[in-house]
Ligand binder design. Structure first.
Ligand code: ATP
Length: 239
């Protein structure tokens, strides 16, 4: 295969007090790909994301990123290796300004090379962050805070951007902004792992989308499946 393998996940399992939340899932992300994970509340999507960055204890036969094992690595080292997670919710430092939030993102970069270019690019992706640079992040709307959270993650210069339900709670316009930005991020060469509940938009945008149900991958869909509402419905019903 010519594609460069970035993330390999084989038989990943996460459980909380003996109860399985993720039950042996296998998937991969190649460099530059956009891979989706959809599924209802409680399906195990967030647990999967947290397992990748070492935020929950997980087991796997293989869990490798960029040729190195992830299991047992501290979260900070994983970030430096090139996975940036934007967790669910608007994860900004509300008392700090937009600019200060962005600066914090850049502290997770492996090196300062390319920082000026990346900053310029992030500000062109989300012009609002330039306009409101001096504003307290907590005063931004939900959609603007999500742009800031994504922008901050991008300044860590990740090879893989992991987004956990970035559209959650946003207005329809803000949702469109987020999805449009994801396409541009991917077009610039950063791989994206996108966890979402918006099945149709995710399936349409991603190279492949795994349907997660009760901790297992029950289906994998391609972009052509996005127009098949019966199939998407079935995916959600877990049949
Ligand atoms: P959501 O969209 O609601 O975030 P999800 O698909 O991301 O759902 P998870 O958050 O991974 O699902 O949760 C999977 C299962 O694990 C659920 O049954 C949830 O109640 C349980 N769970 C998640 N975190 C914990 C925890 N810290 N302790 C105990 N159980 C947990």
């Amino acid at each position: 295969p010519s594609a460069q393998r970035l993330l390999t996940v084989e038989h990943l399992a996460v459980s909380y007090r003996g109860i399985a939340a993720v039950n042996g899932i296998t998937f991969h992300v190649d460099a530059g790909e956009l891979v989706g994970i959809i599924g209802p509340n409680g399906a195990g999507k967030s647990s999967t994301m947290h397992a990748l960055v070492g935020a929950v204890r997980a087991s796997a036969t293989t869990l490798e990123f960029d040729g190195q094992r992830l299991v047992g690595q501290p979260t900070e080292r994983i970030a430096r290796r090139g996975i940036a997670l934007v967790p669910e919710g608007h994860n900004v430092f509300g008392r700090l300004t937009v600019r200060e939030n962005l600066r914090l993102g850049s502290t997770a970069r492996p090196s300062s090379t390319g920082l000026a270019d990346d900053l310029k690019w992030v500000l062109s992706l989300f012009p609002i962050l330039e306009e409101f640079g001096d504003r307290q992040a907590g005063l931004l709307s939900g959609g603007q805070q999500q742009q800031l959270a994504i922008g901050r993650a991008l300044l860590a210069a990740p090879k893989l951007l992991a987004l956990d339900e970035p559209s959650l709670g946003l207005s329809p316009t803000a949702v469109d902004t987020v999805f449009a930005s994801i396409e541009r991020i991917r077009a610039r060469g950063t791989a994206v792992l996108l966890v979402e509940q918006r099945a149709q938009q995710t399936v349409a945008a991603a190279d492949r989308t795994h349907v997660l149900s009760e901790g297992r991958i029950t289906m994998t869909l391609g972009p052509d499946d996005a127009q098949d509402s019966t199939l998407l419905m079935k995916a959600y019903l877990g049949s």
